[in-house]
Structures are given as C-alpha cells and as structure tokens.
Design a protein around this ligand. Structure first.
Ligand SMILES: [Fe+2]
Length: 331
C-alpha cells in the first residue's frame, strides 16, 4: 500500500493557503485509514539515525547494553522507565529497544525532585545515555537528541493541521501536550532464531514480530528506514496491507488518545510487524500528553477518564510484558 505523502517543508514555509490545503489532506487520510507518510522533513537524517541505532544495538553485546536497563530486567537498578529493554524470549513481541523521553539531567537530581510514589517520578525519568566508547557515545546522544526534536516538530505540525481541519482550538491541544511525555525508541528486531510461539504463526506461513495492536499515543511518528514488515489492517475490509518503505520519510498514525480527543473522527488503526527472516531496525516516536493532562474529547469537552494521563497510561501499559512489574500509583 502506498501511503499519501504530506510535505512538511511546504506546510512550514508555504503560507496559509498551503497549510489549509495540507490540513484537508491530513484529515482525510486520518479519517479513512489512520495512516499517512510525511516527506521533505527539515533536519531529519535517516542515514545518520540508522548508523546510531546500528551502533547501539549491533556493535554492543547484550551484557554491555544491560548496564542501561530498567528494574524490570535487572532488580539491582532503581531505574523504572527509560533505558534498554532486552529481548524476552518466546514472547509475541520479539525486539530489543533503547528508549528515551524528553527529560535530561541526573537520576539523583530527579529522585530528589520527585516523590517516588507519584507517577510523575516515573514518566519524567531522565534518559540513561550509554557510556561505551567516549566519543561515539557523545555522537549517539547528539544524534538521538536532535532527531527527537525533529520528530517532535513533525508531531506538532500535524496537530496544527488537525486543529485547523477539525476546527478545534489549538490551545486545547497545546495545554495538554506542552510538557509531553513523548517516548522515542530505537528498536532492533532480530529474526526469530528460537522457538516461534504458535500465536505468532499466521495461516499464510508468515511470522509475526509484533502482534496486532492499536497505539495508545496521540500520534506515532515512525522511521522504518528501508525495512519492510509493517502491516496495517484496512478498517473497512479488515484486510492486511504491507506498507511500502521510503527512507528519509516518516510513517505517521493516529493513536487511541487522539481518536478519543477528536470524538472518534480520526481513526486509530490496527497494525502489526512481520518477521521477514532478516534484521530490522525502526525508530518510532510516540507523541503523548503531559503527565497531568486531563483526558478529554475536545469536540464535546467531556472527560473520558477519571484520572489524568500518567495514571491512566500506567494502568494501561502494565498489561505489556515490558512494564508488568511497574508499581501502582495513586497520584
Ligand atoms: Fe504500533
């Protein structure tokens, strides 16, 4: 399936008329299929990002990477949220990740600032930057940080298009996302070499690397480099389609939160990743609300959750294997 392409530089530089034009296309695609492709993205360097993802995942042993993991995988670390997630064998989802949020600083300062029983202490946890070879580690940090900003910019540009297209005051989006808990991940999917769980074998003989799911984000912005494998289920026919690749572009989809923010007008579409028997790298950015944002349908201003985003999110993700040991929070 060829996704419709949205020209980000033209939205940024083309003036009001072009913004109106692109807003209508963004709305149309998000209503129909929930997916589109962004091209012509100022500041995005796919080759550089891929090199850094390869450097982290392929040039270091699991033992080295585990120095930056979370408490779920190494009970001796107090880190709970950001860092390295190793592969968990024989699970539906077969991948290892390096993950950061928007937050910098030392973990000690962070712990002194936040009450550890509050969900903010979890979700605003600073990154664990690898300290392997000194120079390359600094380059890694520089590139990943810079790309985080590029992805974040694209998410904001698309939200402005959505606000314009659906006539929702941009301030309503801004005040719920100006301290976003966004997550940026570098994912490595090695082909499965061990036992393949029965649930991951499709009747067609294909193998699943990430089972079908909705994203919970507002938007998910994804660089697939030149790796195939992403499939989207057509919401009307329930047929599966493979998404083509185009390095230097972002595939963007609507998450559950945006679907609910827009009263169901924009569609959060089910998707999955196939294991095609080869190495695969991808770099998704999950654009999320502020930790204390109320969860509201912005078309009616009705709340759809009694608790703010952070508490809602922890409850939700605890069902995933990477997060099932997170503490429970009440504030
Ligand atoms: Fe997803």
């Amino acid at each position: 399936m060829k996704l419709v392409e949205i020209d980000i530089a033209d939205i940024l530089n083309g003036g009001e008329e072009r913004r109106e034009y692109w807003s209508a296309i963004v709305i149309e695609q998000f209503k129909e299929i929930g997916f589109l492709r962004c091209v012509n993205i100022p500041g995005h360097d796919d080759a550089e990002l891929l090199e850094k993802a390869n450097w982290f995942h392929l040039q270091h042993s699991e033992q080295e990477k585990m120095k930056y993991t979370t408490n779920r995988f190494d009970p001796s670390t107090p880190r709970l949220y950001r860092g390295y997630f190793p592969i968990i064998k024989n699970q539906g989802s077969h991948k290892e990740c390096f993950e950061i949020g928007d937050f910098e600083g030392t973990f000690e300062d962070h712990q002194a600032k936040y009450d550890t029983s509050s969900v903010a202490s979890l979700m605003l946890e600073p990154a664990q930057w690898p300290q392997f070879e000194k120079e390359s580690s600094q380059e890694f940090r520089k590139t990943v940080r810079a790309e985080y900003e590029v992805y974040h910019m694209v998410a904001r540009v698309l939200i402005e298009c959505i606000s314009k297209g659906l006539k929702i005051d941009i301030e309503e989006f801004r005040k719920r996302t100006d301290r976003t808990c966004a997550t940026f991940r570098l994912i490595h999917y090695p082909p499965r070499a061990d036992i393949i769980p029965e649930s991951c074998k499709l009747p067609t003989g294909e193998i699943i690397s990430t089972p079908e799911h909705h994203d919970t984000s507002i938007l998910t912005v994804l660089e697939n480099f030149n790796y195939r494998g992403l499939q989207v289920q057509d919401p009307k026919t329930e047929k599966w389609f493979s998404i083509d690749t185009k390095p230097g572009s972002f595939v963007v989809n609507v998450g559950k939160i945006l679907e609910r923010m827009t009263g169901g007008q924009l569609r959060s579409t089910i998707h999955r990743v196939l294991d095609l028997g080869e190495e695969r790298i991808s770099a998704p950015f999950f654009y999320e609300p502020n930790v204390d944002a109320d969860l509201v349908d912005l078309t009616t201003m009705e709340k759809w959750s009694d608790v703010p985003y952070g508490l809602w999110m922890v409850q939700y993700v605890k069902k995933f294997v990477e997060y099932n040991s997170l503490p429970s929070y009440e504030k």
